[in-house]
Write a protein that binds this ligand. Structure first.
Ligand code: ATP
Ligand code: MG
Length: 568
């Protein structure tokens, strides 16, 4: 391909709409253009990268036993009503009606569609296991589409669904997909971690998220500094911290005028945070109050609390709601709350002695709170959010936190959808059973953005070779000089012949402009053909990531470039 024939309108200025690096660089590099919030056109450079990611995914899915299909994006509401998700999916689902007033949605995911497909065709255990996948657009009317391709409303996803005859089979399929996903992200040249994930909403079984490490990521992940434990912070379990035993002192009320936060109380009483108990009040989707108590220096893990209490959503409670259950906002304690209110106390709090907590009265706190003695009719459970330095739940070594981008997720679903949709088969004994299912998804367009978030510098993108739109760009310094252009053409043809994905920047632009564009778009290798090439037989090979340059002659560069590419 020649640059004069490539539609890649680069921009010198950063568009005002760009919030994150990947979005900024893709707009500037002429890779994407916005059509509406969260909806983008992919220009040739982006499309080439997307096709490369898809090809890697296809090869690994096929290798693992997957079969590619293509299901409809427009899906009838009836299927979604059978599983109950038409009602619960809410506003994130794009809905439409046909001319006969029949309801449809644009597929946000395909569990219903694929299950309805196999329920009509799969009859016997002999047809199992079965793995079907597709790569296509998904539609989610996200509440806040943002960060360019990272959180779009129209985006490309690879989704595979596995069907097995039993749990053991499902576990085999899950492991195959886990391994395939690990290979995919490795082959894409990305630094990533598979992390244990919460799967609350989708239900049942276990789950891992494949997280591409990058500071701009929306996911917080923890990993152990000693063993290979890694989890999303929402999922990370914690063993309760046992405080050193003390003799329990009698409960005492102390005046704390205006001290509505535990920080203020700790400071003015000169009590360490580890000796204080903090209250957080939530309301669930039914407006019921859920009170949570954690140690002063800890935070509530809302996902754990949600799963534990069975809430579909949790939000901060308003003062009126807190007062209605007998709580005093800013001074709350489990003591004196109306019976029947959901009170969850973190397991670590239950192991504290002579602590400071709210007294459930205006401007007052308690001293010498001993939760084992004083907190009755509460649920004790692990509801706290893990933080840097906490002990690893597997080996006890300190954990570290990092940020990442969820690029893929694998779930075991069990029989949730197959039971709802009556997708059954006959087992070896002729007994009818529901198929046992798993689902696996990679955000293809998000992976492209994540790759840029992880690999960039001031000048622009630094593509890992495997997913670069072109592997090499050949730049004649002055394309008006026939000898330079002719040599560049020869090199271009030779690389092409050797199977390299190469671009010839044949524009009659200044060299500076071409170099800037090459750095911005981020081709892994640039070969410069300038006056030295014509006069001294020297061509320059530059590696984008390191900025290293090496000189070769037109006779000996080819093998060197091929070897170099293998390392990028
Ligand atoms: P998130 O938690 O980020 O909203 P999700 O858990 O809802 O994502 P899944 O249903 O697990 O997403 O979808 C599989 C993959 O699809 C995700 O791992 C992600 O890479 C991608 N994906 C999901 N939502 C979006 C989106 N709005 N834009 C781009 N990619 C997305
Ligand atoms: Mg997910």
């Amino acid at each position: 391909m020649r640059t004069t024939q490539l539609y890649a309108p680069t921009l010198r200025e950063t568009p005002a709409e760009a919030e994150v690096v990947s979005q900024k660089l893709m707009l500037r590099a002429g890779m994407i253009r916005k059509a509406a919030g969260g909806i983008y056109t992919y220009l040739p450079l982006a499309w080439r990268t997307l096709k490369k990611i898809e090809q890697i995914i296809r090869e690994e899915m096929d290798e693992a036993g997957g079969q590619e299909i293509s299901m409809p994006i427009v899906q009838p509401s009836e299927l979604w009503k059978e599983t109950g998700r038409w009602a619960v999916y809410g506003e994130e689902m794009f809905r439409l009606k046909d001319r006969h007033d029949r309801e449809f949605c644009l597929g946000p995911t395909h569990e219903e569609m694929v299950t309805s497909l196999v329920r009509d065709e799969v009859r016997s255990y002999k047809q199992l296991p079965l793995m079907l996948y597709q790569i296509q657009n998904k539609y989610r009317d996200e509440i806040r589409p943002r960060f360019g391709l990272m959180r779009g409303r129209e985006f490309i996803m690879q989704d595979l669904y596995s069907f097995d005859k039993d749990e053991a089979g499902l576990n085999v399929s899950y492991q195959k997909m886990y391994d395939a996903y690990s290979r995919i992200f490795t082959r894409c040249g990305l630094q990533f971690r598979p992390v244990e994930a919460d799967n609350g909403a989708i239900g049942g079984g276990h789950s891992h998220e494949f997280t591409v490490l990058a500071d701009a990521g929306e996911s917080n992940i923890v990993y152990c500094t000693a063993c290979d434990y890694a989890a999303s912070d929402e999922k990370a379990e914690l063993k309760p911290v046992e405080a050193a035993a003390e003799e329990m002192q009698p409960l005492e009320t102390i005046a704390t005028p205006g001290m509505k936060t535990i920080e203020l109380v700790a400071e003015s009483l000169h009590v360490p945070f580890e000796k204080t108990i903090k209250a957080v009040a939530f309301q669930n989707e039914k407006d019921e109050v859920v009170l949570a108590f954690v140690r002063g220096d800890h935070d509530v893990n809302e996902v754990k609390l949600q799963n534990l209490t069975g809430a579909l959503t949790l939000r901060m409670a308003d003062d009126a709601a807190i007062q209605a259950v007998g709580g005093v906002p800013g001074f709350m304690s489990p003591i004196g709350i109306k019976k029947g209110t959901q009170i969850v106390v973190d397991a670590t709090v239950m192991g504290m002695y002579n602590a400071v907590a709210g007294a459930n009265a205006m401007d007052a706190h308690y001293k010498n709170v001993n939760p084992k003695r004083d907190f009755i009719e509460v649920t004790a459970a692990d509801i706290r959010l893990i933080k840097d330095g906490d002990p690893c739940p597997h080996c006890g070594a300190p954990v570290k936190m990092t940020r990442g981008i969820e690029a893929g997720q694998v779930f075991t679903l069990g029989t949730k959808y197959t039971e709802a949709l009556h997708a059954t088969f006959l087992d070896e004994n002729g007994k009818e059973k529901p198929l046992v299912m798993g689902c696996y998804g990679i955000g293809v367009s998000r992976t492209m953005a994540a790759a840029i978030e992880q690999n960039n510098d001031e000048q622009g993108i630094i593509w890992p070779r495997a997913i670069a739109p072109f592997e090499v760009v050949v730049v004649p310094v002055n394309a008006k000089v026939p000898e330079q252009l002719a040599l560049a053409e020869t090199i271009y043809a030779a690389l092409k012949g050797a199977g390299v994905d190469v671009l010839l920047d044949d524009r009659k632009e200044r060299a500076g402009v071409k170099f800037k564009d090459a750095d911005l778009i981020g081709y892994p290798v640039r070969i410069t053909v300038g006056p030295k090439a014509v006069e001294e037989n020297i061509i320059e090979v530059r590696t984008r990531r390191t900025g290293n340059t090496q000189n070769f002659t037109p006779d000996d560069y080819l093998d060197e470039v091929l070897a170099l590419l293998k390392t990028l």
